[in-house]
Design a protein around this ligand. Sequence first.
Ligand SMILES: [Zn+2]
Length: 248
Amino acid sequence: MLPELSQLIDLHELDKEILAAEQQLQQLPEELAAFHQELETLEGEQARLQEELSELQKQRREAEAEVTDLEEGIKESRKRLLSIKKTIEYKAMLQEIAYKEDRRDQKETRVLELMEAIESVTRLLAETSQKLEDTRQALSRREAEVAAQMAQLKEERARLEKQRQGLREGLPATLLRRYELISQRRNGTAIAEVRDGVCTGCHMNILPQQFIDLQKGEEILQCPHCQRILFWLGDEAEEGNNLSRQVS
Ligand SMILES: [Zn+2]
């Protein structure tokens, strides 16, 4: 194989590694952003439940005050009942008392309903607060991990880029330009291995004469269909590939 072709293969491997590092460097902050979003949702839920709880407690205090007022009214009416002489007035007062007792019973039922609602919202609030606390802790752990991963990835990328720079300097400028042009057009894959006379970049057969030339390893050849720079690893590798394909 031509030494510059072998260098191109190395360059392609490096490009792929750098791309993978860059993708991870992009994904990690996105992962944290999703985590923050989850936390915000939980915080919103907690605030909503707290508001609901204080509204219910306010309603309970009001209903309880009304029960107290009605109780006092009933006591008052009973006292006045003792001083009433006329039957008609007596009857009217009894009716009033009965009406107030009915209202008081209704209010007491309302207080019980509110107490149940308060209990259920309190439970939900406790669950949400626990989830929020767990999420906060998990996020802070993940943030520390991500920071370490990012630092490592940046170091790795810098190391790979330095290596890539070295490789590029050793390649003829025209070949490098050709490699880059194809890379842009072919989604980062500028070179392709040929197996059994087929370009693995586009899965089409290359010309028989081209395959013969490729095997000679004297010039840089491109696939007539996808224009990728072709390489061939030899019969042994090809047999290995066939074997591994048969096994899998
Ligand atoms: Zn091709």
